[in-house]
Write a new protein. Structure first.
Length: 541
């Protein structure tokens, strides 16, 4: 069964929630202290147990679930991710988090809406033609409609914006929200539709079967270093985290993912393991190089990646028996696929091949990325960090980032894929579209007459890359920053004032109240993680 990885990982996070202003939001927030006692009286009708659990959740500093696809953003290496929105999702994560969100929203006079509801409201305000165009976009997202090429995807996104601009009913901030929502919906649906086919093409290209395609969700728990370090150990360097145990399969399918929101799953008993690590083995082949038929009757054990990477001796970990420890946070994720490849190991194997050299078999992570414009010579760093995270979770050292671009053979000229993909270009694009009048909104969305032609570009990512130094950078940079970001989430969750300010800022920015409110949301995050101010984040955009 093939699973949508984006949806798969998001099952561990609260759904992206928009917050809509009802009325007199600033006045309500100013007098929030008076309203709090009234709201608490209303919540007294709930059971004492529910109230106690919600309050305990506010000050809980463990068991946060972090998607592998968000690691780069949380550590300051993603220039497009909306970090304040991500923080809100993490603050209000899970069933108790949603209960806290409803309580805070009622106090502040806010109405909770889904991201899709926000798009529907904007389209309705814009007019019937925008609503019709948006409906096609949402059908692509849920899979009821298919998009076969990047040209058609660009036209569909552009059509929504053309209609919205032509109506003149939306301001700049609302157009940005509509633009981001339609882009995300089309790109998600497009990638989901073509992923299986792309992996099949990759199989033919490399000659190896791609297995375990989104087959499981893996969970990798971490603890603060001082929680695991022995009393006699001297802790040096930045505050960081270390793995409690190797990553393990958590859920076989998204059908069971809802059980992860059950607070019973946060108990110690459910975090126990047998304490055994899975070792990586080489399978030595006597067949011709590059063929998929492998003789696996000869196994040569190698040192596991965990043993080479861990920042603490296995003896110390075993002595303290930290497998029962509640995680400070856990990384969750699922890979697009795994495959094998032959390679020449550093150490000699006991069996020689017909080539006169020792060869062994190793596992390679396969991560598929669908491009909407062009394949990149070097994938962005945030995609490499996501892929390296999967390598560490699956205890392998190599991965392939497969870039897929599907063109319509009948598309003409360089402008066939024209679309506005960033906010900096929005002003100029709005002006040019308004000047074009009705003709600008007549973007063709007719069915393609020819089958789209996919192009695959493969980029190898290695933990031991001498230039990128992914393994050491993960230990020295990513993990300390990740700890700091998670601490910020816990600090905001524990503070009523910080939560209220974040919700108000995100609410007003969603409603199109200007960049100032969006900046306020970023300031809250920067106060907790000052190092983010110097990072390449979406704040500068």
């Amino acid at each position: 069964m093939s699973l949508n990885k984006d949806k798969l990982e998001s099952t561990h996070d609260v759904e992206v929630i928009g917050v809509k202003q009802q009325s007199s939001l600033k006045r309500r927030y100013r007098h929030a202290s008076k309203a709090r006692s009234r709201l608490n009286d209303e919540y007294d009708t709930a059971t004492l147990d529910d109230n106690a659990r919600t309050r305990a959740f506010q000050h809980q500093s463990h068991s946060l679930r972090v998607s592998a696809s968000n690691i780069a953003a949380m550590t300051g290496f993603h220039p497009w991710k909306n970090l304040p929105e991500l923080v809100m999702n993490l603050v209000y994560q899970g069933g108790l988090g949603q209960a806290l969100l409803r309580k805070d929203a009622r106090l502040l006079g806010l109405q909770l809406t889904t991201e899709e509801d926000v798009l529907h409201d904007l389209a309705q305000k814009s007019g019937a033609s925008t609503q019709k165009a948006l409906q096609s976009i949402l059908q692509i997202k849920d899979g009821s409609k298919k998009v076969e090429s990047v040209e058609l995807a660009a036209k569909l996104k552009q059509r929504v914006m053309n209609e919205a601009v032509k109506s003149g009913n939306l301001n700049k901030e609302q157009l940005k929200t509509l633009q981001e929502g339609t882009r995300s919906a089309v790109d998600t649906g497009y990638g989901t539709h073509h992923e299986a086919n792309a992996l099949n093409l990759y199989e033919k290209q490399c000659g190896w079967e791609v297995r375990e395609r989104n087959a499981e969700i893996r969970n990798w728990p971490f603890a603060r270093r001082e929680d695991i370090a022995s009393a006699s150990e001297t802790i040096q360097g930045l505050p960081t985290v270390i793995p409690i145990r190797p990553a393990s399969s958590q859920l076989p399918s998204p059908m069971l993912a809802e059980t992860d929101l059950n607070e019973k799953n946060l108990k110690r008993a459910n975090l126990s393991t047998n304490g055994e690590s899975v070792e990586i083995h080489d399978v030595v082949s006597s067949t011709s190089f590059g063929k998929a038929s492998i003789r696996d009757d000869t196994l040569q054990p190698r040192t596991s990646l965990k043993d080479r990477y861990t920042t603490k001796s296995p003896t110390a970990i075993a002595a303290n028996n930290h497998y029962e420890l509640l995680p400070f946070f856990s990384i969750v994720g699922s890979v697009d696929g795994l495959r094998e490849e032959l390679f020449s190991p550093d150490t000699s194997c006991s069996v020689s091949t017909e080539f006169g050299a020792d060869l062994a078999l190793r596992t390679v992570i396969v991560e598929c990325k669908h491009r909407m414009r062009k394949a990149l010579v070097v994938p962005p760093l945030y995609e490499q960090i996501q892929t390296i995270t999967y390598c560490l979770m699956y205890e392998v050292s190599e991965a392939d980032i497969v870039q897929v671009l599907r063109h319509d053979p009948s598309a003409s000229g360089k402008g066939s894929c024209a679309s506005v993909e960033n906010n900096k270009a929005l002003d100029a694009w709005v002006v040019s579209t308004q000047n074009q009048g009705k003709s600008a909104a007549a973007a063709s969305t007719t069915k393609l007459s020819a089958v789209s032609k996919p192009t695959l570009t493969t980029y190898r990512v290695s933990l031991n890359d001498p230039v990128m130094q992914h393994q050491s950078q993960w230990r020295d940079t990513v993990l300390p920053r990740l700890r700091s970001f998670v601490e910020a989430v816990y600090a905001i969750r524990a503070s009523d004032d910080k939560r209220y300010r974040l919700l108000v800022a995100l609410s007003l920015s969603t409603e199109g109240e200007g960049a100032a409110m969006a900046s306020d949301a970023w300031k809250i995050l920067h106060q907790e993680c000052q190092w983010l101010e110097s990072c390449n984040t979406a704040f500068s955009r």
